[in-house]
Design a protein around this ligand. Sequence first.
Ligand code: LER
Ligand code: MN
Length: 281
Amino acid sequence: MSGFRYSYDQLVYYGEDIEQSIDRLARFGYDAIELAGEPADFDGAAVRRHAEQAGIAVGSICSIYTAERDLSHPDAAVRASALDYVKSVADLAAEVGAPTMIIAPNAVGRLAPLSSAEDERAWAIEGLRAGGEYAASVGVNLTLECWNRYETYWLNRLDQAVELWNATGLTNGGVMGDTFHMNIEEDSIAGALRRVGPLLNHIHLADSNRAAPGQGHVDFAPILEALRDIDYQGYVTFELLPPSADPFGVMRAGGHQDFFDRFTEQAITRVKAVEAELAGV
Ligand code: LER
Ligand code: MN
């Protein structure tokens, strides 16, 4: 018995044909795939067709916020191209039938403001709002992600994400947790999820070392319990990445075979077992 719907971030299958990735997830019992937010890499209609044939959904898009895709950069030209990027990801989401796309206010790895923190917050709100309004126009919801202090200087905890989300005034979406980041920043992972409650519309699960659940020291039982108690309706999505301070660069380097079959199977098997135990079956 499984109440949650499970998904896996395709980001870590870097370089693999998307059909092969979809087929692997279907084989291991996943409900959906999270697609990497690189619109130029995909033929959206073909991805949608292949996922349908394999019997899984495209559940979400994991946007990739490189230095050129920074919504709160002091250079207006960078902000404009970041917004174009957000719109292109929303278009991809609409094409593949994914209800949700991830958004973040600045580039991964930006550990200090380039201008004043106040100005950057104001630019972030402006960009999130414009991106969110565009996403709404194509039927897509946003989910605002916060990252740990080694990946960004300011949006580190879920309470900050809720505050920022509310400041945008957007209604198409909410905020998300990522247990890898939360394990570093939150007083309690489950407690932070409970405090967000119905605004939580997406989640990334990974163990403390960002490998499959069971490889580190995160206790997933209270996390699933919190998700169940807040009646979480989104996908439970594994975002597993090899150890590196540069999460995107490390995949391009390749050589991380564990994250293909082995961790794909281990993640869903472990977490479904925790879920079954909580349900008393
Ligand atoms: C993306 O979902 C994420 O969690 C970031 O760590 C990407 O670097
Ligand atoms: Mn994440």
